[in-house]
Structures are given as C-alpha cells and as structure tokens.
Design a protein around this ligand. Structure first.
Ligand SMILES: Nc1ncnc2c1ncn2[C@@H]1O[C@H](COP(=O)(O)OP(=O)(O)O)[C@@H](O)[C@H]1O
Ligand code: SF4
Ligand SMILES: [Mg+2]
Length: 315
C-alpha cells in the first residue's frame, strides 16, 4: 500500500486562511515522485501534514494514509515510531537540521538508539558508519567525530540523509534538499537519493521548484498552484505534453528542454495569489494566457484521463 494524500485542506484554526485547498498525491514503494510549484503554492505544508508536523495554528482535513495507517489518528508513541520507521524527512537547510554542539555521528547514533535501545554503543557506532557509507560520506570513521561546522553544506546534507535513513523508513520526503547547496553538489545529492530509492525500495517525494531537478530525478509529477493540485502524470507525459497552462509556463524556458542547466523556474507573468485572496473561477485565471470568460466565473472541473489529471476548463 502506498503513501496517499487525498482531498487535503489546510487552514488556520480560526478558519480565516486556507493555504492548501485541495491537494492529492500518491507515492508507491520505491517510486520517485516530484511535487512542484512556485514558492507559496503549499508544497511544504502538504509535506509537513504527512508527518503531522504542521505549525500549531494550522489544521489539516482530508485523508492521509501510509500503508494501512491513518496518519490523522496517530498520536504518542505510534506517531513517534511512524516519523522514523514509515516516513522521514530531509529539509532544505541541513545546518538548521543539525545540532551545532554535537558530533554528527552522535546525532545519527541518537536516532538509532531511540528506536533500538537494546543496541550497545559499539553496535550503534557500527550502524552509524554503515549509514554514512550509504550516504557516500568519505572516510566515515573520521567523519562521525566531526561537528557540523567542520563539514561542507553537501556533507551536512548527506549526514541528514543518513539520519533520515536511520530506521529504514519506507518513504522519505525531501523538501528542496538541494536548494541551499552549491550547483555542483546538487546533482550528486540527487544521484544519492536515487540510488537509495532503488537499493532500499524507498519511495521518495521530492519537493522542488526546479523543473530541471524534476527531469533528472522523478518518474511521476504533481504540480501545485495556489493550494490546489492542478496537474499530475508521469514526468515523460507531462514534459512532452503539459495539459495545464501553469505547467506549460513552468516548462517553457525549462533548461532540460533547451539543454542548458538552470536553477530557478522561469517567471510566469504575475504572481501567485496570497492564501487569503478571494479569486473567482479558476485560481490561475489572472495569469493564464488562454483563459476564456468561463474561467473567471466558474471553478474548473477536475479531469482524469488515462492516469493523467488536470484542473482546467479548456484542457
Ligand atoms: N503557519 C502558517 N499560518 C498561516 N499561513 C501559513 C503558515 N505557514 C505557511 N503559510 C502560508 O501558506 C502558503 C504555502 O506555504 P508553503 O507550503 O510553505 O509553500 P511552498 O512550500 O510551496 O513554498 C504560503 O503563502 C505561506 O505564507
Ligand atoms: S481553467 Fe481557464 S484560466 Fe484556468 S488554467 Fe484553464 S484555461 Fe487557464
Ligand atoms: Mg516550501
């Protein structure tokens, strides 16, 4: 059974703002899936809701299931176990994820000890070294004794990846894991995640705003705009024949299509609406190059065809 998000809505508890209005996605075991969209479209909140890590002022509705578990019902010890053994997460800034005062090997060791209190100190160290090897950290025997500030950004992210794998999770969510890193390191981190997904049959949900990264990494793609999932399909299908005008805009100056590497999404005229902004009809209509009169009046229908999805009147 996969990791599945359906009809996800995330609002402030006072009901005034709804940053995620209707999102969905599925990640199967061993599958590499990308979640894309401009900054502010609701990608990170969607990811955080899968781990029940939403900020205090927000509340999620809908369905989130991982294998047979209803995530909304998990609490206490079950939730703690779930966060390491079912789904773990890698964040954008590895420095913020690591404690600057503790040796990196110890930090990864803590995660192992937490879940395997029966292991001896020596066994834990061996396991940490094994994880560092999986994360392609050179000289792992030495590196376990390093403090975060001794390591480059790329190596710190590899430590975070090792930590995320500490309890053999079935799924890993990586929220813009390479955005804070040097361009030359980005590709290597993506390669590593790919290798882990293949070797350990881990389903990976990669969040990015970079279509070049999507092309390199994922097999399936979900596009979010203003809190809605607006398009879904295989990367091959969506890149060769995007259905939603927003996806088309994202791909238009895509580096992969023109052959040149690029870091940011091309800019689409206008900007993403604020979560509290009321827009009639299609949320993309103020920026849509092909909108018709109906688009300003009516919310677009959700269309499924041959495993592809699009939220648009005209496609
Ligand atoms: N705790 C919060 N309370 C209210 N709004 C929030 C909160 N956190 C994020 N938002 C808003 O929700 C929207 C989506 O945020 P986010 O999921 O971080 O977007 P993305 O990851 O796609 O850039 C943004 O407009 C952001 O300002
Ligand atoms: S529904 Fe209309 S405005 Fe919205 S994306 Fe489709 S064509 Fe554009
Ligand atoms: Mg984000």
């Amino acid at each position: 059974m996969p990791l599945k998000v359906e009809n996800l809505k995330i609002s402030t508890k006072d009901g005034k703002i709804t940053p995620v209005k209707n999102a969905f996605l599925t990640v199967e075991k061993g599958e590499r899936v990308a979640l894309v969209g401009e900054s502010g479209s609701g990608k990170s909140l969607t990811a955080l809701s899968i781990l029940k890590l939403l900020p205090e002022n927000l509340i999620a509705e809908g369905n989130i299931t991982v294998d047979d578990k209803n995530v909304f019902k998990l609490t206490g010890e079950k939730l703690r176990q779930f966060r390491w053994k079912d789904v773990s997460m890698i964040f954008q800034d590895p420095s913020a994820s690591l404690n600057p005062l503790i040796k990196v090997g110890e930090q990864v060791g803590e995660a192992i000890k937490f879940h395997h209190p029966e292991l001896s100190k020596k066994e834990i160290t061996e396991k940490v070294i094994e994880l560092f090897k999986i994360a392609d950290i050179p000289e792992p025997h030495k590196r376990i004794n390093a403090y975060p500030h001794h390591l480059s950004g790329g190596l710190k992210q590899r430590v975070c990846i090792a930590m995320a794998l500490a309890c053999n999770p079935k799924y890993v969510i990586a929220d813009e894991p390479t955005t804070a890193l040097d361009v030359t390191v980005q590709g290597k981190i993506l390669e590593l995640l790919k290798k882990i997904s293949e070797r350990n049959n881990v389903g990976i949900l990669l969040i990015t705003h970079d279509m070049g990264v999507v092309a390199e990494f994922a097999k399936k793609i979900y596009v979010m705009y203003a809190g809605y999932t607006v398009e879904h399909g295989t990367v091959e299908e969506v890149f060769s024949n995007p259905l939603h005008p927003y996806t088309e805009g994202l791909l238009k100056c895509s580096p992969t299509l023109s052959g040149k590497p690029k870091r940011k999404l091309p800019s689409i005229p206008g900007s993403i609406p604020q979560p509290n902004e009321k827009i009639s009809g299609c949320p993309f209509h103020p920026r849509c190059p092909i909108k018709k009169e109906i688009c300003e009046r009516e919310f677009p229908p959700a269309k499924w065809k041959n495993g592809r999805f699009v939220l648009c009147h005209l496609r």
